[in-house]
Design a protein around this ligand. Sequence first.
Ligand SMILES: Cc1cc2nc3c(=O)[nH]c(=O)nc-3n(C[C@H](O)[C@H](O)[C@H](O)COP(=O)(O)OP(=O)(O)OC[C@H]3O[C@@H](n4cnc5c(N)ncnc54)[C@H](O)[C@@H]3O)c2cc1C
Length: 825
Amino acid sequence: MAQQFPTQARVVIIGGGIIGCSVAYHLTKLGWTDVVLLEQGQLSGGTTWHAAGLVGQLRSHANMTSLIKYSTQLYSELEAETGLATGWKNCGSLSVARSADRMTVLKRTAASARAQGVDIEVISAREAQEKWPVMAIDDLVGAVWLPGDGKANPTDLTQSLAKGARNRGARVIERVRVTGIQTKDGRATGVSTDKGDIAAEIVVNCAGQWARKVGAMCGVTVPLHSAEHMYIVTGKIEGVHPDLPVLRDPDGYIYFKEEVGGLVMGGFEPEAKPWGMKGIPDDFEFALLPDDWDQFEILMQNALIRVPQLETSEVKKFYNGPESFTADNNFILGEAPELKNFYVGAGFNSMGIASAGGAGRALAEWIVNGAATMDLWPVDIRRFAGFNNNPRWLHDRVKETLGLHYAMPWPNRELDTARPFRRSALYDRLAAKGACFGSKMGWERANWFAAQGEKPETQYAFGKQNWHEAVKREMKATREASGIFDQTSFAKILVQGRDAARVLNRICAADIDVEIGRSIYTGLLNERGGYESDLTVMRLGRDKFLLVTGSAQAVHDADWISKNVPEDAHVTLTDVTSSYAVLALMGPRSRDILTKLTSADLSNTGFPFATIREIDIGYATAYANRMTYVGELGWELIVPTEFAIGVYEALHEAGRVHGLADCGYYALEALRIEKGFRAWSRELTPDITPYEAGLAFAVSMDKPDGFIGKEALVAAKAKGKLTRRIVQFTVDDAAPMLWGGELILRDGKPVGEVRSAAYGHTLGRSVALGLLHNEAGIDKDFIESGRFEIDLAGERYTATAHLKAPYDPKSERVKADSTELHEAA
Ligand SMILES: Cc1cc2nc3c(=O)[nH]c(=O)nc-3n(C[C@H](O)[C@H](O)[C@H](O)COP(=O)(O)OP(=O)(O)OC[C@H]3O[C@@H](n4cnc5c(N)ncnc54)[C@H](O)[C@@H]3O)c2cc1C
């Protein structure tokens, strides 16, 4: 008997591609069996069916790698559970290098793979050819071999996941189109479909390239854009057999895998072809786009170099399918900040098959637990804001993001397209001074300043780059005179209301219920005691707090805070990022400079460290917060946007005789790492506690009403040992340049990875903050008695571990307080 169309379910999933099916599979595995999955056509008929099926494990972020490692495990076991084959073949993969720089990338990859527990071997071109005899190797420098990689059949995998979900009670219904999302009081409450309405506690948008449109049904931003993605399938080629590994040749933008004795050859060309500008047709099911040999030519030419036999082999089929891409080439996961109980898993950037197992599990856990269970920031939906959904901007950006898969992953690579996007009021002035801009959260930010006659263009390399001397100048100015940094991109959130102090004090780990005019550095912790954010809370009034947080964290932090505000509390949040510029004046001469422009008392007693005052600066009235991110005397000037230029000009006028210099983000990064200051998303993540981060001072364990995460910290303390810890390192040799991501060894054994690194010109060597891991515990003795080395693309350099920052300001120190955010005066 035909089942009746459901009218309610605990969870409704929209989309029967591999992602939706994986979410259904994992929800039911976690015991949530009242799940309905709706597919407008047939399962896998959207993008999934025509995927090439490559499953490569290695990603630049350890947790992203761990998601795919889990995918490979799941795909190898699924058939045994469901009885439906998945086409999974653990054939391994090779990546080859045509240049020395690419070989450096592969060696760096190998080192970080080891840090992430992925099997990898650096091999010669000849050894690679032994594993892949049909390739020409004359132009190759070397290769890496990943035995754990593989390939799968996307459609079979989807069916198998759906079967697993069905077996545990989920209903998978094809030929039902979701036409609207029902909401009440800021929550999703169900869906409308062409077959009727379904009430639901949770709605999950896994609608692939339609996910942007589904999001728009309920005001949720899902910033993705489709682009054409192509591969060919050849007839049989001699020497090609089913166990042939997957081959990637990123310098040629191409990949290969075996299929029925022939080759699948596709790739990621440097300039992609956006598609679907007028929307994606609803009935685009098991459909392809017309062959485009012109667009494919660059891939074909490179493929002929690698596999000369292609010259004479038959092309049996040309697949040109659209896939959705995002602005940063990472997928979009999590609960929408605009609508509670509405989750998104979409925008898979041609990695959906590889990612589906892990991403589906991560999203299911997020739904069941009401919060992510691991650090998922690289893919977190809250890294995007409403303005990222601008269609023209997305269109122009995805031309570049598709190609990023195989583009040279220079350590500080900036994206070039769809810029400038967001500009501070000072943009033109900084440009005129020789600023070389980078981009963060869409903001154009000065990375470094070129000297007169020098071109403000970064020339990428793995060693020291062309801005090395510029950053040295800027660091010296900040340490010995003063630097001015445009930090307007900081996100700023005003928290106000009768209950603001009480509620914020539960959300912040430090005590922020302090007297008016104090600035408090604090973490926002999750229930696991990990960092959801770290920021500065400035008390402007009894019921008024200004929060200044990282440039990329505006949406994330506002979401985290509002989700933790009780429904009956009187608290409002306002994003005031665009209202204020932030000019940071930092360095020993800062007081001398600012004194000339203000009537305010800037002395240590009149304006102590960690306080905020509204002061006059030239003609402007602005907030001055005495705190810096570089460990020197200084103020962050929070200036109404329209006064920013005036303050900037006045500071320069006053600072000329004191050696005031414009400085950029590369100098800032190096200065903060020298001081051992931690940064969110690098050292501070949702998986790291203040104890592991060495920031216990910024936690108030004895606040009367406690704070979110306190119980986890109490439990961690009771354990009595730390198995992970952030530790600062300097490389003993002054020559090498670290970038982050490098493997750390202790007495020859892998023990962690570098999270942030820079060349510390004040110290005359590379300086880094690394995360160490040791099950037996990491104490002072472990750090002091070990012989540490850092693996830099296969070369090991000895490094010194520091429990206290090795940089100590030359200028007279007011107080070496325990806060680590100390400064010299
Ligand atoms: C040529 C090509 C090669 C690729 N190769 C690889 C590869 O080798 N490895 C890899 O990892 N990835 C690869 N990919 C990427 C991979 O195919 C995708 O990332 C993945 O299939 C995305 O899955 P999805 O479930 O998000 O989307 P989809 O498969 O598109 O599923 C979304 C579903 O939602 C349904 N839907 C939309 N709107 C509604 C609605 N309103 N109501 C009901 N249902 C709706 C659609 O009909 C669709 O079936 C490739 C992609 C292409 C184009």
